[in-house]
Design a binder for this molecule. Structure first.
Ligand code: HEC
Length: 104
């Protein structure tokens, strides 16, 4: 009986991690470093082809920008920024948008 319950919990756990990705895959700092740093800098200051776009530490920009808007830009891209909808899960995009908005 106990073994049945344990296997049941194990399967639920597996399904759960399938749906949302592992902690490693959903680590905001790692995602940002792998996908965004080359254009937006470690500290959120844009460089290279992203120069001229908002700095993620700009409080005025943050106040004027919603997390949904940022999710859309990450997913679809904008002008020279590529979209990431094929490379990142919706969960990862949500995590990155929150990360960008929380940068100081
Ligand atoms: C190849 C370079 C490149 C990469 C990689 C990149 N971006 Fe961008 N990003 C840009 C450019 C260029 C713009 C300005 C787009 C425009 O002019 O409208 C931009 C704009 C943005 C904006 C809007 C800023 C504003 O001025 O309103 C956000 C938010 C953003 N990027 C987030 C991200 C995140 C998060 C990632 C990582 C998943 C990422 N970007 C990866 C080039 C890049």
């Amino acid at each position: 009986m106990r073994i049945l319950l344990l296997s049941f919990l194990f399967v639920i756990g597996l399904l759960g991690s399938r749906m949302t990705g592992t902690a490693e895959e959903n680590d905001a700092g790692k995602l940002y470093a792998a996908r965004c740093v080359m254009c937006h800098g470690v500290d959120g200051h844009p460089r290279g082809i992203a120069k001229g776009s908002a700095s993620f530490t700009d409080e005025a920009w943050k106040k004027a920008t919603s997390v949904e808007q940022i999710e859309k830009i990450i997913a679809e891209g904008r002008s020279k920024m590529p979209g990431f909808s094929a490379k990142l899960t919706a969960e990862q995009i949500r995590i990155l948008a929150a990360y960008v908005l929380a940068m100081k």
